[in-house]
Unconditional design. Structure first.
Length: 356
């Protein structure tokens, strides 16, 4: 019985050895490395990605990584290269190949086992390793991964450009409407009050008042001086008093015109006019800013904002890297040996326990 068990275990250890050494199909690996960079990164030169300058585009790198590991990527490449036909080919061994009738979920699981996408957050470089049963297929698949990733970036660029232009155009329309409304309101106010600039008119009247006050002050000083040595009934004193009275009367009228209730230019009108002027100035500046933003968006729309730069392009593999035949064969023997030793230990422990 013990001999039969040993023969069985020996057979079990030989099966994986035979499989890995003589049956397992060769799998070739092609690698591509690339980084997702923005316009600012491009200005830093070719080493920007390697030095980690592309960190600002880390979310885009993760987006590309997720896309590579998606069923959409698999189906896109399958439509061009017939991945299912290649990976389920009868020329591959029955363990390595994909089941011919594999479901969508199983196809994706198989794709994830042969296509590894690893993102290094320190260097912002995405490394993609693809395994295939022929060197040519491995290289072709990797090239398609790079091409489809670039297409994704182009799509993102298009979306960014469209969104930027749309937003800028909307802002211009809003600013233009606001500027137009402010000009209409200002024009309506001037037509209603028959004044091009009420504040200028008010300032002019304030100047007249100041001039009258200055004249009255000068005449008052002259009158006070002459009254010291002239009779109050003298011609010069009487003339000065008459002039001062006339100027004082005119001053009162000018003040009434500026602030009186019968004045067409009231303080409330001045406040309204100043508010309209302020709104017009703000609307004009807003409109100018919106036009500049639209021009910037148009310039940006003519160039890419996100780039996919290949650091290492796909190469044709010279030799198969998988399976690691010797390593796996030795590992399988070690596993069987450890299993056998564990069984012997358990059997011995049981015998000792029952006293056999």
């Amino acid at each position: 019985m013990k001999k039969k068990v040993q023969i069985l275990l020996l057979s079990l250890s030989l099966l994986p050895v035979v499989y890995f050494l003589f049956i397992a199909s060769d799998m070739y690996v092609s690698t591509v490395k690339f980084a997702v960079r923005g316009q600012k990164d491009m200005a830093l030169g070719g080493l920007a990605s390697i030095l980690g300058a592309g960190g600002s585009n880390t979310p885009d790198c993760y987006l590309v990584q997720e896309y590579i590991q998606s069923y959409d990527m698999y189906k896109a490449i399958d439509a061009k290269l017939d991945l299912k036909g290649h990976y389920s080919s009868d020329s591959a061994d029955f363990i390595s190949r994909m089941a011919p009738n594999a479901s969508s979920e199983n196809q994706l699981a198989y794709w994830l086992s042969v296509a590894q996408a690893v993102f290094d957050s320190q260097t912002s470089i995405l490394t993609v390793d693809v395994r295939a049963f022929t060197p040519e297929m491995a290289k072709a698949i990797t090239e398609e991964v790079l091409d489809k990733s670039e297409n994704l970036m182009n799509h993102l660029n298009d979306r960014v450009r469209e969104d930027s232009l749309k937003l800028a155009l909307n802002e211009v329309k809003l600013a233009e409407q606001r500027y137009s409304n402010s000009k209409t309101a200002l024009s309506a106010f001037r037509s209603k009050n028959l004044e091009l600039d009420p504040s200028a008119t008010a300032n002019s009247r304030i100047g007249i008042i100041a001039s009258l006050e200055s004249q009255i002050s000068m005449l008052s000083v002259d009158l006070e001086t002459k009254e010291q040595f002239m009779s109050s009934k003298s011609f010069e004193v009487s003339s000065l008093k008459e002039n001062i009275a006339k100027l004082t009367s005119q001053l009162a009228k000018e003040r009434e015109r500026l602030t009186g209730s019968s004045n067409p230019i009231m303080l409330s009108q001045l406040e309204e006019y100043e508010a309209l002027l302020l709104e017009n100035e703000f609307a004009r500046n807003y409109y100018t800013t919106a036009l500049n933003a639209l021009e910037s968006a148009r310039i940006m729309s003519e160039s890419k904002t996100i780039y996919l730069e290949a650091i290492q392009k796909p190469q044709l593999p010279d030799e198969a890297l998988y399976p690691e035949r010797i390593s796996f064969a030795i590992l399988s023997v070690v596993v069987v040996a450890l299993g056998y030793a564990l069984i012997l230990f358990i059997v011995a422990a049981v015998k000792e326990h029952i006293g056999v």
